[in-house]
Design a protein around this ligand. Structure first.
Ligand code: DLL
Length: 433
């Protein structure tokens, strides 16, 4: 209970959470209807008015919002307030080249700092910590979200930015950094660099890490914990909501608490768009409840998870918990009739202690048959025979989760090219008809 940043709100009885959500949902709906032509038109198509929202269940009457809707109204068409009232802009680049742009009012920044402070406190951050933030400071939301939240907790923030892994490790040593943040795969990359330059991570003072921004399986989490000898928490978020700060796992490490006073979660079947049964897996759909700049109704995240049907967690928090994100529905690949999520492959790989930090799936077509090759770095340099043995055993491990046998290629440490901020787990070179 001592790591609650905002005890009143984090332990608010569920009945009161629901009352607050309904009040805020009604306000959000009214604002959007009055100010955003996109939503007004949708309401007209669906023949609904803001006053039709009388209960939380009525949310199902409201239109869904997709990434394409945001792109079609880019950059500022979905805004509720004028840019004069905004003080910061962030964007996610995505794959199509049209960025999703979000502008924040001063209150949006306050709320973002608050939810981040809750996530960081939940992960063990206190004002005594030296907090190193190895994420690029730019239009990506990651660095600023952590920065604002850590300052709100009162920690000393080192805005070390992205890259220059050797420098990051030297700063950790020089300033006795105790807490680090980042993109999940970067923590693993740093540990590989440490091994290369003979830095003993266990001798550093780093004892806590909070990572996210991409698929983060329990297997990878355990890896990072062991490599650094630290406690690791998982943080989820997306630019469209605020950035990082939507949810984080508490010390129970069995699900991420989502801040329901600011975000309303639904889990829908991605095909029928109907709610799934309790504790069934589906797509997370989020509605902002307190956003001023660009509130969104029923935003389809494409992220797959399930929520636990639980009133109060052992940590004392009353906010709903969801499982780690299994993957994005658009990352799911179908090969030889089998649906595969990259997370399934990662879970199989991470069980093997000889596997290093990076891996990817490469798909191509040979004689009109889809082929899957899993490329994986070994932890240490291996002989040819050792590599072949490892390939054989990984083939079997992967086969047990995806039913058919893929090709496996073991590469030396750092053998997989690293581009961009987030790890690219799927390279699809298949012939498209
Ligand atoms: O990645 C915000 C963020 C920064 C979160 C730093 C956590 C830490 P976007 O670039 O808009 O924002 O990407 C959002 O990343 O829809 C998920 O698919 C994925 N994602 C984010 N956090 C997690 C996580 C930031 N903990 C998209 N586990 C989301 C799995 C995650 N996937």
């Amino acid at each position: 209970m001592d790591n609650l940043f905002n005890k009143k709100m984090e332990t608010l009885p569920r009945k009161e959470i629901r009352e607050l959500q309904l009040k805020r949902l009604k306000e959000t709906v009214k604002k959007l209807y009055e100010n955003v032509p996109f939503y007004r038109n949708k309401f007209k198509e669906l023949k609904i008015r803001p006053t039709d929202i009388k209960t939380l269940e009525d949310i199902r009457k409201l239109p869904l919002t997709t990434k394409d809707d945001l792109r079609n109204n880019s950059p500022f068409g979905m805004m509720v307030t004028s840019l004069d009232n905004c003080i910061e802009l962030h964007a996610s680049s995505g794959t199509t080249g049209i960025p999703i742009t979000v502008c924040y009012t001063p209150n949006d920044i306050d709320v973002w700092s608050e939810v981040m402070a809750r996530c960081l406190s939940m992960s063990g951050l206190t004002k005594k910590d030296i907090f190193q933030n190895p994420i690029p400071y730019g239009t990506f939301t990651g660095a600023f979200g952590f920065h604002y939240g850590a300052q709100k907790v009162g920690a000393l923030v080192i805005p070390s930015g992205m890259g220059q892994s050797e420098r990051q490790l030297k700063l950790m040593d020089y300033y006795d950094t105790t807490f680090i943040s980042g993109v999940a795969s970067y923590a693993m990359r740093l540990s590989q660099v440490a091994q290369k330059i003979d830095v003993d991570l266990k001798k550093l003072k780093v004892r806590n890490g909070l990572f996210g921004a991409e698929m983060f399986t329990p297997g990878l989490k355990k890896r990072i914990m062991n490599a650094w000898d630290m406690d690791v928490h998982d943080i989820y978020g997306l630019t469209e909501m605020c950035g990082p700060g939507v949810s984080t796992d508490c010390d129970q490490h069995d699900g991420l608490h989502l801040w329901e006073d600011h975000f309303l979660i639904e889990v829908l079947d991605p095909i029928t768009l109907e709610p799934v049964e309790p504790e069934e897996e589906g797509e997370i759909v989020l509605t902002t409840l307190t956003k001023e700049g660009m509130p969104l109704l029923r935003y389809r995240t494409r992220d797959i998870a399930k929520i636990y049907d639980q009133e109060v967690c052992d940590c004392g928090r009353t906010h709903v918990k969801h499982t780690t994100i299994k993957g994005r529905s658009d990352d799911m690949i179908i090969i030889r009739g089998t649906n595969i999520y990259p997370g399934q492959i990662e879970s199989a790989l991470m069980k093997n202690q000889e596997v290093g930090g990076n891996w990817r799936m490469v798909l191509d077509t040979k004689n009109d048959v889809d082929m899957l090759t899993v490329e994986v770095e070994s932890k240490n340099q291996l002989s040819q025979v050792e590599s072949m043995d490892l390939e054989e055993s990984l083939k079997n491990d992967i086969k047990s989760v995806i039913v058919f046998t893929p090709r496996v290629t073991v590469l030396p440490p750092n053998g997989i090219p690293q581009e961009g901020l987030k790890a690219k787990r799927v390279v699809d070179n298949r012939k498209k008809d």
